[in-house]
Design a protein around this ligand. Structure first.
Ligand SMILES: Nc1ncnc2c1ncn2[C@@H]1O[C@H](COP(=O)(O)OP(=O)(O)OP(=O)(O)O)[C@@H](O)[C@H]1O
Ligand SMILES: O=C(O)c1ccc[n+]([C@@H]2O[C@H](COP(=O)([O-])O)[C@@H](O)[C@H]2O)c1
Length: 246
């Protein structure tokens, strides 16, 4: 594998992480259902924001239906406490645990996220759709292979730690990158008592050491209690604040 600023590749002949679709030079799935990214024309390369070896990048996956100030605040808390260079929002093609039948198109959710964030260190991405995965393990495995020298941290709200044990390969996710949990009203205790929090208890970092979390420290996680937002997309949708149709 080779890696360069803003562009890293899976070499031909290498295995893709499980579940990551690989497409051959014609763009058709190979016999194994696997793709050789190296053979893809440049325009088919999944689009990632600029990045370079040594950068500390937070990965903040979400449905963002719609995005709201709570997402932005969580990103700012992570940027500060984890001493990140950037946060990438990964707008999911569809959370595998949610009913996505009424989910607005990815492009609309990405546009809404861009309009809301307007922050020099927050990037909006939709590359999960391009690599054809909805599962976080596959996303992170793909990213860490493609960009082995970038220091990624997975960020999620406390509600997601509470249900983390239902995610595909959640223990393996915790072995790939450190986790940063952002406190959220209504989920503090549920998260702290969750199956994942108990299983990973011995790997928990003190909040004051959050800036030291790095990929060398996996498993490793921290629960950040910064300023909190009570906002949720559910609440906004119920109030009629939905993403406009194209
Ligand atoms: N107010 C908030 N404070 C902290 N984290 C949040 C907050 N709102 C959302 N998050 C986190 O942001 C990520 C994306 O969340 P998502 O897009 O599902 O928003 P949501 O408000 O939880 O949506 P919904 O109500 O539809 O479930 C998740 O990790 C979630 O835990
Ligand atoms: O990989 C999984 O099994 C999995 C299960 C549930 C949620 N996720 C991811 O968690 C992130 C937050 O999802 P959401 O819908 O709570 O915003 C988003 O990136 C989802 O793809 C991932």
């Amino acid at each position: 594998m080779r890696s360069e600023a803003g562009s890293c590749f899976i070499e031909e002949g290498e295995d893709a992480p499980p579940g990551v679709a690989r497409i051959d030079a014609t763009g058709a799935p190979g016999s194994s259902g696997i793709t050789v990214l190296r053979n893809l024309p440049k325009r088919h390369s999944p689009s990632l924001p600029p990045h370079a070896p040594g950068l500390r990048i937070g990965l903040f996956g979400g449905s963002f239906n719609p995005p709201h100030a709570g997402h932005r605040l969580a990103s700012l808390v992570a940027l500060k406490h984890l001493r990140l260079d950037r946060v990438w929002w990964i707008v999911t093609p569809g959370n595998p645990l949610k009913d996505n039948t009424a989910l607005p198109p990815l492009a609309e959710r990405m546009a809404a996220a861009r309009a809301l964030t307007r922050h020099a260190r927050i990037d909006i991405t939709g590359f999960e759709a391009e690599i054809e995965t909805q599962f976080t393990y596959d996303t992170i495995a793909w990213l860490t292979r493609r960009c082995p020298q970038v220091d990624f941290v997975w960020i999620m709200g406390a509600d997601n730690l509470a249900g983390f044990h239902r995610w595909q390969r959640w223990r393996d996710i915790a072995r790939l990158v450190p986790l940063a949990i952002i406190d959220r009203p209504g989920s503090t205790l549920k998260a702290a008592r969750s199956r994942a929090a108990i299983a990973l208890a011995r790997y928990r970092f003190a909040e004051k050491d959050a800036g030291l979390l790095s990929r060398g420290d996996v498993p490793g996680w921290v629960f950040l209690h910064g300023p909190r937002s009570p906002l949720s997309s559910t609440m906004l949708r119920a109030a009629g604040n939905t993403i406009a149709a194209p």
